[in-house]
Write a protein that binds this ligand. Structure first.
Ligand code: ADP
Ligand code: MG
Length: 324
């Protein structure tokens, strides 16, 4: 199969949305912007051996490659609309591409996202997705709007994906049922799209947790020129993690690392003024997604985490950094 046969077989499709004036098959896609709306545009790259292991399940990879991009759009409060998919592949492995596109298309259908272009080349396996979302002009949730006195919230639970990795690496153990649930959280993250959209006009700042709570909250406090105080006991996490936090010194260290610095959870971390607390509770019920207050924004810069006894944690684990 050559490049053009690959494109025709796996990627070519007629435009679905009337806004896509020119779709796949020309030199560029042409999209008509909706009046009064703005585009949020993001790109994320997944490199074999770096973000996923050699031999990783291609269907899950197709899901995850798209999910991480939709998560970035969610963190801006944008509704995902279009994606472009650039892939370097070591060869025209039809079974691999079929499975990858199976995972990709299933998630794209779920969120009504349309593939409008991309690039296909031979090379070390590398998947790069550009996602475009829409939002009413001026309504984007940025990292820069947090104010002292705001509450800090997080969706879902934190540390699951990192614990799955720690278990896979043989650093710690969990029972078989927890193991499966944690692995699912690592392999098939659900982008919090409905939450992001619903937080327009509510959240003062937002970010998705891709590099760990401490690091990602660090981006909000830096950009907002504020600080934050968190309560470890309030941070929502899986029962297996909670148990490890109460376990031996070594188990607690691993759990702290997962909860405070574990990446790949793709939950939304956001701030909001206390009077909006009831609206956030109602939103959690409507979305059937826990939204937990874990601390507050402070005027003093820096992040303070208090442990279960109210003592300040001496050192925060570092966020993931590719170049550190
Ligand atoms: P060009 O050389 O002009 O960039 P290509 O031959 O690379 O065009 O691509 C032909 C068409 O197929 C373009 O519309 C491009 O966006 C689309 N395309 C190529 N690879 C992919 C892909 N992996 N997913 C989606 N569309 C793709
Ligand atoms: Mg090209």
């Amino acid at each position: 199969m050559n490049e053009f046969e690959l494109i025709a077989r796996f990627f070519q499709r007629a435009p679905r949305s009337a806004d896509v004036r020119v779709g796949i098959g020309d030199d560029a896609a042409v999209i008509a912007p909706t009046p009064g709306m703005e585009y949020a545009v993001t790109v994320d790259m997944l490199v074999e051996g770096r973000h996923f292991a050699v031999g990783a399940d291609p269907r899950r990879l197709g899901h995850k490659a798209l999910a991480v991009n939709l998560s970035d759009l969610a963190a801006m409060g944008a509704m995902p609309r279009y994606v472009l998919l650039a892939g370097a592949l070591p060869g025209a492995d039809e079974a691999w591409v079929t499975a990858f596109m199976g995972g990709f298309d299933a998630l794209a259908r779920q969120y009504d996202v349309e593939l409008v272009g991309g690039d296909t080349t031979r090379g070390p396996r590398n998947l790069c997705i550009t996602a475009i979302g829409e939002l009413p002009a001026g309504s984007a949730l940025t990292r820069a709007g947090a104010n002292p006195g705001d509450r800090v919230y997080v969706s879902g639970s934190l540390g699951d994906a990192a614990l799955a990795l720690a278990v896979a690496a043989g650093k710690t153990e969990v029972d078989a049922r927890s193991r499966a649930a944690l692995a699912h959280r690592l392999d098939a993250p659900e982008p919090r799209v409905a939450l992001g959209v619903a937080l327009r006009g509510i959240a003062s700042a937002a970010i998705d947790v891709s590099d760990g709570l401490a690091g990602d909250l660090g981006h909000i406090v830096d950009m907002s020129k504020v600080g934050a105080a968190l309560s470890l006991a309030a941070v929502p996490c899986a029962p297996s993690l909670r148990a490890k936090l109460a376990g031996t010194h070594k188990e607690r260290e691993i759990a702290l690392q997962c909860v405070l610095a574990g990446g790949d959870d793709y939950e939304l971390l956001f701030t909001a003024p206390p009077p909006l607390g009831e609206r956030i509770e109602a939103l959690a019920l409507a979305l059937r997604l826990p939204l937990t207050a874990i601390g507050e924004v402070t005027a003093e810069p820096g992040i303070v985490v208090r442990d279960e006894r109210g003592d300040r944690l001496a050192a925060l684990p570092h966020a993931f950094d590719h170049f550190r």
